[in-house]
Design a protein around this ligand. Sequence first.
Ligand code: FEO
Length: 166
Amino acid sequence: MALSKTMSDALNKQFNEELNSAYLYESMAADFYAKNLPGFAAWMTLQAGEERIHSEKFHRYLDENGERVFYAAIPEPQAEWKSPVDAIKAALAHEKYITKRIHDLVRLARKDDDIATETFLGWYVTEQIEEESTAQSLIDKLEMVGDNKVGLYQLDKEVSTRQQDA
Ligand code: FEO
């Protein structure tokens, strides 16, 4: 079954949103590097890599359905955050925005009676639960550490061990 034009456009938009997410997280990584938090920087660099994988999956799905992707302009991301917890809170807010977009895509697939696309999107629905939960647990740890510099140093070491999981 061919994708509807609305669905093809919406998937293209999400392909670009995932690239935008990667750009945002690379910017957060740059801020963490600048603030001598290499563990958080490495964590964010990995996160950006995952976002590129998310965008590639949309790319492949559009290709497989005889559609093509179009690259849109990516807005300049914020360059600096007041504190690590502020940055991760911004990441969580961004993930919630992406979750809403994915759910809107599922609603569109249902409206089109497009079972294949709804099934394809199921991976993203599950992934978003993990994305939000990971960001929330980092926020919890950062809030526990508070202004304790030794605690932040330890946490930075801990998050540096993150492995690619997408
Ligand atoms: Fe592509 Fe972080 O969701």
